[in-house]
Design a protein around this ligand. Structure first.
Ligand SMILES: *Cc1c(COP(=O)(O)O)cnc(C)c1O
Length: 377
């Protein structure tokens, strides 16, 4: 909770639920990452928080951008960012969106399959392409496994094909999983990538770039190591596996840049029990899974909560839930949260570190994909 946010909440008294973001925190996180990992160019993952204010701030600080859709690219271009600082990093793109991005000057594209490579050759001729490697994402609280990436032998074959198709086989990427706290996961991924660099060099393909993805954690209920530990582990792995011949490095931080910058101010709507004998109370907030807390799915991300006014007296266990009429809209039931016995409707509860993956998930256009249109006939 920063001074700027608490002053804003005290003076503006906004209706809840609302997210308040301190842009200085994002700037500080950006500078820290640049400081501790100076060799890696930062491509901010826009989906974490696509607000124009966040994009403009990072653009001004010199960041580049990892985007997943035409609307995300439009938002970045609208902030005055040159297309050369944009990566179209989604491995699942429509041909017409690739063609559109190419026409706007984007020349860096991700893929992880042969069919996607064919699309790139057709709609973005001569572009730089990088292949995403499959990761197991062990240890990540929000894994990005299975859906993205391909095995190394397939990546190898696809990079050879990229060259044959007239594309520039530019590099490799991976993502170790979001909210990843296991440092060895970067070593594993970098080791795999380096082996493939060597393999392809033997085929006459000198890859230039390694994209280290995102995954650096924000601080939720458990403490996490500071960014310098992650940066140190990454650089150690780079020199262990690449020696003195380091490729150009890219990182795509999302959560670690914006997560800690936001406070979600909420209000208690109801406190109740399911039976006279129950100790456990049900606390319903005015925000839930469908209003921005999608990452509480399977209780994956465990946010820190802070009661406004401190909450005097003894506490007891609660189940926390959102306000909608859907029983999936329960935030925490297995992981125990405690709240004061005096808690009552109207009390305000602050959910900390909610700057990443909240407004974007609540918005009905996550990652730039338009909300579902409805036609009534
Ligand atoms: C979501 C995403 C990121 C950001 O991941 P964080 O864990 O939030 O840092 C980076 N790269 C790609 C390709 C992504 O899809």
């Amino acid at each position: 909770m920063t001074d700027k946010i608490s002053r804003f909440l005290a003076s503006a008294q906004p209706e809840t639920p609302c997210l308040v973001v301190d842009l200085d925190v994002i700037a500080g996180n950006y500078h820290a990452l640049r400081h501790y990992l100076p060799l890696a160019e930062v491509f901010y993952a826009v989906k974490a928080n696509p607000a124009p204010e966040v994009i403009a701030l990072l653009a001004g600080l010199g960041s580049s951008f990892d985007t997943a859709s035409r609307p995300e690219i439009e938002a970045v271009l609208a902030a005055g960012v040159a297309p050369g600082r944009i990566s179209f990093g989604n491995t699942i793109k429509k041909l017409k969106d690739i063609a559109w991005a190419y026409e706007r000057g984007v020349r860096l594209f991700a893929f992880d399959s042969e069919a996607e490579l064919d699309k790139l050759a057709e709609a973005a001729p001569g572009s730089k392409v990088f292949c995403r490697l499959l990761m197991t994402c062990e240890g990540a609280e929000w894994p990005l496994s299975r859906k993205f990436g391909c095995e190394a032998d397939m990546a190898r074959a696809l990079m050879l094909k990229a060259r044959a198709l007239g594309l520039v086989p530019y590099g490799l990427s991976f993502h170790v999983g979001s909210q990843q706290t296991r440092l060895d996961q970067w070593d594993l991924a970098i080791g795999r990538a380096a082996a493939l660099f060597r393999d392809l060099a033997a085929e006459g393909i000198a890859l230039a770039m390694l994209n280290l993805g995102g995954g650096l954690p924000a601080r939720y209920r458990d403490d996490v190591a500071p960014v310098e530990r992650y940066a140190g582990a990454i650089m150690q792995a780079m020199t262990d596996h690449f020696g003195n011949d380091l490729p150009q490095m890219i990182t795509e931080p999302g959560r670690s840049l914006v997560g800690d910058s936001g406070i979600l101010e909420t209000e208690v709507v109801l406190v109740s029990r399911k039976s006279f004998a129950d100790d456990e109370r049900w606390v319903y907030l005015d925000v839930g899974k469908f209003g921005g807390l999608a990452e509480t799915m399977d209780e994956a991300i465990k946010y820190r909560l802070q009661l406004v006014g401190g909450g005097e007296g003894p506490s007891g266990p609660v189940v926390l839930a959102g306000p909608t009429c859907d029983s999936a809209d329960i935030l925490y039931e297995k992981h125990q949260y405690q709240m004061p016995l005096s808690l009552k409707p109207g009390d305000r509860v602050r959910i900390l570190s909610t700057g990443a993956y909240t407004t974007s998930y609540a918005a009905v256009n996550f990652n730039g994909f338009a909300p579902l249109k409805a036609y009534f006939v």
